[in-house]
Every structure is written in structure tokens, then in C-alpha cells.
Design a protein around this ligand. Structure first.
Ligand code: 5RP
Length: 222
């Protein structure tokens, strides 16, 4: 199976996971990226079975709306029963690196408000140790150089993601060659640097369920 077929398989499985829970007043939390897009596409035909969605990016908002799914402000919703999103890396503890699509901050906010985080990923994302994928850090633009120096002090090789402005008007630094031994501690340490909005480690609040697409089917890890 191709990577795209595996992504489609986990998107299908995520629909099976949530469908029986959908009610007229259900608002779902929706992530960002190519895997999340496939999930959004599968939600379209179900739009009459739930109230709407909170999205983690402008891109996902537009895709949801194009399918006739109402998109709500998180502040008007409170909590969501499920947050469904992809990942750039995920480990056996269901801790993740996210933010390859620069949506990490809003993703982390919606995930924080979710009763259950369902991570949907193909098996290429499943790793023994987080850090092969460069860890994204969203920064306030004027703090970029300062934050980069602090990241060097932590052992990373920071690279400014040129030409990218996040939905929040900020910039992204990617941390290369930065294998992470203790994801919870490193998430907190990077977030404590002045000028960091958030980093792409989803460790303190990881996923609750991982739907992992493999050649022999979708494995459910919880
Ligand atoms: C966006 C993300 C995505 O979830 C992550 O990049 C995975 O994307 P894809 O499903 O396209 O592989 O964190 O900020």
C-alpha cells in the first residue's frame, strides 16, 4: 500500500471510531495536514449527524466549510469530545512531534480542550525515539534570534523556516539533529524560553488513541 492509501485507511478507521458517538450537539476538534484532510473529506457526508467542528488552522476551516460543516470558535464551545489529527512522529507512549504544517499552536490548544485525542498516522511516523523529524518551535518574530541561541544551548541545530507565517502571525524555527530523551521535560523547557509561543512536542498531553496504518491493516493502540 502507498502512504496515501495508509492515510486513507486510518481516516476511515477514525470515522468508525467516532461515528456511534455523534449527536446533534457534537462539536468535533479537527487537526491539520494531509491525513486530517482525508478525515475531513469523510466527515462531509456525515454533516447532518453532528453540529460542527473547531479547526486547528485556517486551511482546515476552509476545507470543513467547503463541505458544508459549520466551524465554531473554540471560545464558544468549551470542550470537544474528540480531537482528530495527524502527527509527524509518534512513539509508543503516544507522545508526538507535530507542526510540520506550522499549525502546532492551534493544534495544541484544541487538543488541550479535547476529552480524547485520536492520532491518525501511517506507520512511517511511528518511532522508537522522537527527534528524527525536526522539532518545530513557533516564535514571536522579534524573539527569533534569541530563541535560536537558547535552542543551540539545549543541543539543537535551529533553522528558520523561511517564508512561513503561522495563522497567529508568528514564525517557525525547526530544530534539526535533536533527539529527545525526555519529551515531557523538553516540552516544558522549550516552552519556558521567552519568546516561544509553543513547541511541537505533544508529550504532556499526548494522544489517547493511535490509529496506525500498516500494510496488514490499521492497528489501534490505546
Ligand atoms: C500540522 C501537523 C500535521 O498533523 C503533521 O504535519 C502531519 O501531517 P500529514 O498528515 O500531512 O503527514 O502537525 O501542523
Amino acid at each position: 500500500m502507498t502512504q496515501d492509501e495508509l492515510k486513507a485507511a486510518v481516516a476511515d478507521k477514525a470515522i468508525s471510531e467516532i461515528q456511534s458517538w455523534l449527536e446533534r450537539d457534537t462539536v468535533l476538534g479537527i487537526g491539520t495536514g494531509s491525513t486530517a484532510d482525508l478525515f475531513i473529506d469523510r466527515l462531509g457526508p456525515l454533516r447532518d449527524q453532528f453540529k460542527g467542528a473547531v479547526a486547528s488552522s485556517e486551511a482546515s476551516t476552509q476545507r470543513l466549510k467547503s463541505l458544508g460543516i459549520e466551524v465554531f470558535e473554540l471560545n464558544s464551545v468549551g470542550t470537544v469530545p474528540f480531537y482528530i489529527d495527524g502527527a509527524d512522529e509518534v512513539n509508543a507512549n503516544l507522545q508526538m512531534i507535530k507542526g510540520g504544517g506550522a499549525a502546532l499552536t492551534r493544534e495544541k490548544i484544541v487538543a488541550a480542550c479535547a476529552e480524547r485525542f485520536i492520532c491518525i498516522a501511517d506507520h512511517s511516523k511511528y518511532v522508537a525515539q522522537l527527534g528524527h523529524f525536526p522539532l518545530p518551535v513557533e516564535v514571536i518574530p522579534m524573539a527569533r534570534s534569541y530563541v535560536a541561541r537558547e535552542l543551540v544551548a539545549l543541543g539543537a541545530e535551529p533553522v528558520y523556516r523561511q517564508g512561513v507565517v503561522t495563522d497567529n502571525g508568528n514564525q517557525i524555527i525547526d530544530c534539526f539533529n535533536f533527539m529527545i530523551d525526555d519529551p515531557v521535560a523538553m516540552e516544558a523547557k522549550i516552552n519556558a524560553i521567552v519568546g516561544v509561543v509553543t513547541n511541537g512536542l505533544f508529550a504532556a498531553r499526548g494522544a489517547d488513541i493511535l490509529l496506525l496504518g500498516k500494510a496488514d491493516g490499521v492497528e489501534r493502540i490505546a
